[in-house]
Design a protein around this ligand. Sequence first.
Ligand code: G1P
Length: 289
Amino acid sequence: MKIRKAVFPVAGLGVRFIPATKFMPKEMLPIVDKPIVQYAVEEAFDAGIEEIIFVNSERKKGLEKHFKNDPELEKFLKDKGKHDLLKQVKEIVPKHGKIKFVIQDQPLGLGHAIWCAKDIVGNEPFAVILADDVIQNKVSALSQMVEQFNEFKSSIIAAMEVEKNQTNKYGILDFKDKGTDIFKIKGMVEKPSPDKAPSNFAVVGRYILTPEIFDFLEKKKIGAGGEIQLTDAIAELLDIQSVYGYKFKGTRFDCGDKAGYQMANLAFTMERPELKDKMLKFIKKIIDQ
Ligand code: G1P
């Protein structure tokens, strides 16, 4: 029961980043010099994923180009002797068959996006990565979850604590006893108002799901925001299987949010020795002003 496949729903319009995303897919926004989606792809391969399934829309075909060879650019870099850059550009392109694309033809919600990958996933457990949620940690969040899956052999949802007044932005977990980093879930609600939230433990964009989830996604039940929600399907999955919440190690940045995206840029800049000092000097200067 190895986790071999990861689904990346990337069809969203990214309206929160207009005008930047009028033409450019939001997943292509860079953190320092690497697109958000590439961090997620690297995380997946690092966790042992063998095949990535992008659920994309016709409008966002530009994203696919990033993962394909660019002979003109490669020739240019080669002729100029820019071997390091050439190596980087070539490394972005996964081996043949490692990335697949399916089209979500209507924006019906996250649950619908995952359902679109059903035929390629088949009858095996798989991962879901929401690339907007960037998680910084030495051992990646998905690797941590794969390790937990190997022990528990059940669906696992990444979770973190949020301020009580933020519950309406997330899927929220209900659980009996949260004694450890991994805990059994009792229920799940999508974006409840703070007074209706069963806890302040929020779902973060990393999931490992058993294929039975497709039976519930298949029902295409309309949920919060008039969309087909993955959260609702997982809540139904709970009736037939155990599902665990996992409090991952690492710092999560909400890169679908302007402030979160800038924070990610700052945090990842600080990890780069060639940029860190320059940035620190600048931060001190603006703080002292
Ligand atoms: C989605 C999920 C939500 C989860 C969130 C994490 O919501 O529906 O349950 O908490 O991602 O980022 P979205 O942010 O796409 O509205």
